[in-house]
Design a protein around this ligand. Structure first.
Ligand SMILES: Nc1ncnc2c1ncn2[C@@H]1O[C@H](COP(=O)(O)OP(=O)(O)OP(=O)(O)O)[C@@H](O)[C@H]1O
Ligand SMILES: [Mg+2]
Length: 275
């Protein structure tokens, strides 16, 4: 990962998120998150169930605002209270479930046109022309999956791995400032997951994307990216930079998490898969 310069691309200041406030279900999903992500950082986030990982990505993507006092800045612009559709220009997303990132009843090219037009109101068909098709083909062909020759196939006819690869291309095609991946390989079989991960790494490097990738898998969190964050109960417990991460092993990671989270974490660590 080349961090050419030290420009902060994403700044999170004192991000809190409380759900179901003042009910018996009240939960503090994010409990004072401060984080700087530099241009071209590839941050992997690991943490047990309910740690707040998805909530954090949702706040960055503008699905809901943080509690008052929290601030989300992208490229020095405060986007905390921007509506979700405007966040879409900043953040491309790929979710866990292929059906969330791609529309089954649309063809590959219609899906891609939709991604390209995010936030605009022009019709899909009008958006597909010869020049656009060339763009779609050239974006798909590096995947090596032959999708560029199947532009009029329905997304429903693709395999899970193909759909997640398409979702990746869709999330990056309009060159958002940041790519958010929320366990985007979790539903795939191990071999397909590995392929999609390699494609992810390729796209991130080629497009020089600043990226945040959530995973449950410690091995993956170690192998990919230049920074690593561990979350637990709405807090960042471990925030490692490039040099530290390079030397890190899974055993170190478990130990670091246990140290930071204390004894109570011992049971939770089992929930993180190590392979
Ligand atoms: N929309 C919501 N309404 C109420 N509670 C929510 C909502 N979204 C998340 N939560 C709660 O906030 C906490 C954090 O959830 P979140 O989905 O961010 O965890 P996570 O780290 O992504 O977990 P997982 O690894 O299981 O995906 C959980 O206790 C969850 O139940
Ligand atoms: Mg989640």
């Amino acid at each position: 990962m080349g961090r050419g310069d030290d420009h902060i691309l994403l700044g999170l200041i004192d991000i809190r998120k409380v759900f179901s406030r003042r009910t018996i279900d009240e939960v503090t999903a994010l409990d004072g998150i401060n984080l700087d992500v530099y241009e071209q950082d590839f941050v992997t986030i690991i943490g047990s169930n309910g740690a707040g990982k998805s909530t954090l990505l949702n706040v960055i993507a503008g699905i809901y605002p943080p509690e008052r006092g929290g601030k989300v800045c992208v490229a020095d612009q405060d986007i905390t209270n921007m509506p979700e559709y405007k966040h879409a220009a900043y953040a491309g997303r790929v979710y866990q479930n292929p059906s969330e990132g791609t529309a089954a009843k649309l063809t590959i090219e219609e899906n891609m046109a939709m991604a390209l037009l995010r936030g605009q109101s022009r019709g899909l068909r009008a958006a597909i022309n010869k020049r656009r098709r060339e763009l779609f083909r050239s974006a798909l062909s590096p995947l090596g999956l032959g999708l560029e020759d199947r532009l009029s196939a329905y997304a429903a006819t693709l395999s899970g791995g193909q759909r997640q690869s398409l979702a990746l291309v869709m999330a990056t095609i309009s060159k958002p400032a940041i790519l958010l991946l929320d366990e985007h390989i979790a539903t795939l079989d191990p071999r397909t997951a590995e392929t999609v991960l390699e494609l992810t790494d390729m796209i991130v490097k080629r497009e020089r994307m600043t990226t945040i990738m959530v995973t449950h898998n410690m091995d993956i969190a170690l192998r990919y990216g230049n920074r690593l964050i561990m979350m637990h109960q709405g807090k960042i417990l471990v925030n490692m930079g490039e040099e530290e991460k390079k030397k890190l092993t899974i055993a170190d990671l478990v130990a670091a998490f246990e140290r930071a989270a204390g004894e109570e974490f011992k049971d939770d660590s089992i929930m993180l898969s190590q392979r």
